[in-house]
Design a protein around this ligand. Structure first.
Ligand code: SF4
Ligand code: SF4
Length: 297
C-alpha cells in the first residue's frame, strides 16, 4: 500500500471555524490498546504512514505509542510522517519525534483560518536547531534528488493547493466556509478516492479516522469498515467489485448510481445544485445505496 493517512485524535489546541473534522480541546482520541489493534490490521507493507489529528502533539504519549508500534511492525521500510499545527513544537519535541523515527513534519496550519501560537520564523529556528531540512511543499526530495533523513514543510487550507479550497465537512459545512465549486472533482485527485482499491498503485491512499477506514480524506458518509474488527485488506476486498465503490475508485462520483438507474446527467445536475461532488456522494450513500456496511459514522 502506498499511503495510510491516520487521524489518531480529534483533540486539538485550536478550534478552527473551518475544521473538517470538528476537532477541539475536548474531543476524543484512540486508546493505546486500540492503536495496537489497528496497527495489527494494517497491511504487511505501507510506503508511508502519516499521523495526524486534531493535534497529534497534544496527545504525545499516544503519538509515540503509535509511532513505536508502527516501527516494530514495519521497520525502516516505511516513511513515518506527522502533520501538526505547530503550536506545541519546540526543540525537545522535534528531537523526540526524530527519535521515534519521524522523517517528515508537515506544519499544515499556514492559512487565514488558524490562530497559530508560533511564527514561521520561530518554527524555522526550531527545525534548523535540529538540522531538519526545509522542503517546499509538496516536495519530498532535495535539489540533488535525495530524500533528506528529516524534513519539514509548511502548507495550509489555501485555494492554490490541490485541495482546491475548504471541503464541505465538519465546522466548515456548519459555518458556510467551504468552497462551493461543483466543477472541482476532488474525488479524482490525490486525497480523493481515486485508486483507493488499487493495491500497490502509487495513487492508493486510505484515510483512517480513529478506527474507521475511508476511501478519501473528506470521508464518505459511511465508513468502509472498522479496523478494530477487521484487516484493512479484508475491508477493501469487501468493496472491490461493488459498482458504487468502483466508481469512486475511478474518481467518478457522478457514475455511482449508473447500475441502479441513476443517470450521470442526474448526478451532475445534483452536484451543480449541491455545489460539491462530495455532497452528492453523501446524498447518494444516504438515499440510494445498499453498501456492504449499514452503520453510519
Ligand atoms: S483545522 Fe487543524 S488546528 Fe484547526 S481545529 Fe482542526 S485540526 Fe485543529
Ligand atoms: S466524492 Fe465521496 S469518495 Fe469522492 S472524495 Fe468526495 S466524499 Fe470522498
Amino acid at each position: 500500500m502506498q499511503s495510510i493517512y491516520w487521524v489518531i485524535t480529534r483533540a486539538c489546541t485550536q478550534k478552527c471555524a473551518h475544521c473538517y473534522i470538528s476537532a477541539g480541546p475536548d474531543e476524543e482520541s484512540l486508546s493505546e490498546p486500540e492503536v495496537e489493534q489497528i496497527v495489527r490490521n494494517f497491511p504487511e507493507k505501507a510506503s508511508q504512514i502519516i499521523l495526524a489529528g486534531g493535534e497529534v502533539l497534544l496527545v504525545k504519549s499516544l503519538l509515540y505509542k503509535a509511532l513505536d508500534t508502527l516501527y516494530s511492525r514495519f521497520g525502516k521500510n516505511t516513511r513515518y510522517m506527522i502533520q501538526t499545527n505547530g503550536d506545541l513544537l519546540d526543540e525537545r519535541t522535534v528531537e523526540e519525534l526524530l527519535g521515534h523515527n519521524v522523517s517528515r513534519i508537515d506544519i499544515s496550519s499556514i492559512d487565514a483560518f488558524h490562530n497559530n501560537r508560533k511564527s514561521l520564523g520561530h518554527l524555522n529556528e526550531i527545525m534548523n536547531s535540529k538540522a531538519v531540512r526545509y522542503l517546499e511543499f509538496p516536495r519530498f526530495v532535495d535539489e540533488d534528488g535525495n530524500i533528506p533523513l528529516a524534513a519539514y514543510s509548511f502548507w495550509g487550507s489555501t485555494p492554490d493547493l490541490w485541495l482546491g479550497g475548504v471541503w464541505p465537512r465538519g465546522r466548515a459545512l456548519e459555518n458556510g466556509l467551504w468552497k462551493r465549486n461543483p466543477s472541482h472533482n476532488f474525488c479524482g485527485i490525490w486525497s480523493g478516492a481515486l485508486g483507493f482499491l488499487d493495491n500497490d498503485s502509487p495513487q492508493q491512499e486510505i484515510n483512517v479516522r480513529l478506527s474507521h477506514a475511508y476511501p478519501c480524506c473528506p470521508a464518505t458518509k459511511i465508513p468502509l469498515g472498522d479496523l478494530r474488527e477487521k484487516s484493512l485488506l479484508d475491508i477493501l476486498d469487501e468493496h472491490r467489485g461493488n459498482h458504487v465503490y468502483e466508481a469512486l475508485n475511478r474518481g467518478r462520483p457522478e457514475t455511482m448510481g449508473v447500475e441502479q438507474g441513476i443517470s450521470v446527467e442526474f448526478a451532475k445536475a445534483r452536484i451543480e445544485e449541491l455545489g460539491s461532488c462530495c455532497l452528492w456522494c453523501d446524498e447518494f450513500l444516504e438515499k440510494y445505496s445498499q453498501t456492504p456496511h449499514q452503520s453510519m459514522c
